[in-house]
Write a protein that binds this ligand. Structure first.
Ligand SMILES: Nc1ncnc2c1ncn2[C@@H]1O[C@H](COP(=O)(O)OP(=O)(O)OP(=O)(O)O)[C@@H](O)[C@H]1O
Length: 246
């Protein structure tokens, strides 16, 4: 299996304060990888680095030829503006924009794909609903339908199942499994260890620096979890700037 994403002594952060520090390793093509760790451990920062929203302070990320249009990124719910005046159908159709272009127009085949995506997430009948009127779970289904249309080789999900009911989580996990079956590379930030153990073969446990990275049962073993907690407790808000990154 070949590497899809490689981290080389990667440091990511804000104004030279590292949030992810000295990360090295490969994400294999087709991997289903969970990123776990305490609040502030650097998980979202890592996804932002992979999708190019944040430039490294030090080290490098090698995407092995994957172009930005082949990376789909679902940010944490709070970062999505629900007041934007758009209907479910158009929100889902945005998944085609990367390929069709903003002014590419939507043909008959595209309309069928949009309808299939809406149906795949169980939102038939919601097409004309403004997104501002959706429940949290319906909104997340809409965003997953958009991801379906993006047809990306690399899919980054930041806490995609937070505050969702069991049925919605189960339906969306099925989509994640489908992407894995299609050999797409999926990286998801998650806090629910039971879900991670049941669904994600690989886990990266972060506490700003990597604590463990490998098969989930080992990465989330008691010793690593204790180590991650201790490293989190030792973290100071006024930590010095990263010398490597200066
Ligand atoms: N835009 C920003 N400017 C400055 N500091 C930031 C910014 N975004 C995040 N940070 C800081 O970087 C560190 C890592 O944040 P990040 O959001 O990556 O953590 P996380 O592991 O995703 O946490 P959570 O589980 O709470 O979502 C935190 O200390 C956070 O305060």
């Amino acid at each position: 299996m070949s590497a899809q994403i490689s981290f080389h002594n990667l440091t990511l952060g804000y104004e030279r304060h590292p949030a992810v520090h000295h990360l090295s390793g490969d994400v294999e093509e087709g991997a289903l990888l969970a990123v776990c760790g305490a609040n502030g451990a650097g998980k979202s920062t890592l996804l932002k680095g992979i999708c190019g929203a944040l430039k490294p302070l030090g080290g490098a990320i090698d995407l092995h030829g994957v172009s930005p249009r082949d990376i789909a990124y679902l940010p944490q719910g709070a970062e999505i503006d629900r007041s934007f005046p758009i209907h479910v159908y158009d929100m889902v159709a945005m998944g085609l924009w990367r390929r069709a272009g903003l002014f590419g127009g939507i043909g008959k085949a595209d309309r069928a794909r949009i309808e299939q995506a809406i149906s795949a997430v169980g939102l038939e009948g919601f097409e004309t609903r403004p997104i501002g009127t959706l429940s949290g779970g319906q909104m997340q289904r809409t965003l997953f339908a958009r991801l379906l249309l993006q047809d990306a080789r690399v899919i980054l999900l930041d806490e995609p199942f937070t505050a969702l009911d069991a049925k919605t989580v189960s339906d969306l996990v099925d989509l994640v499994r489908r992407w894995h079956g299609e050999r797409r590379t999926v990286i998801a930030v998650l806090h629910d260890f039971d879900l991670v153990r049941a669904t994600f073969p690989q886990t990266l446990l972060l506490a700003r620096t990597p604590v463990a990275w490998g098969p989930t049962a080992e990465a989330l073993g008691p010793e690593n979890l204790l180590k991650a907690r201790r490293m989190g407790e030792a973290w100071r808000v006024d930590a010095a700037t990263c010398v490597d990154a200066a």
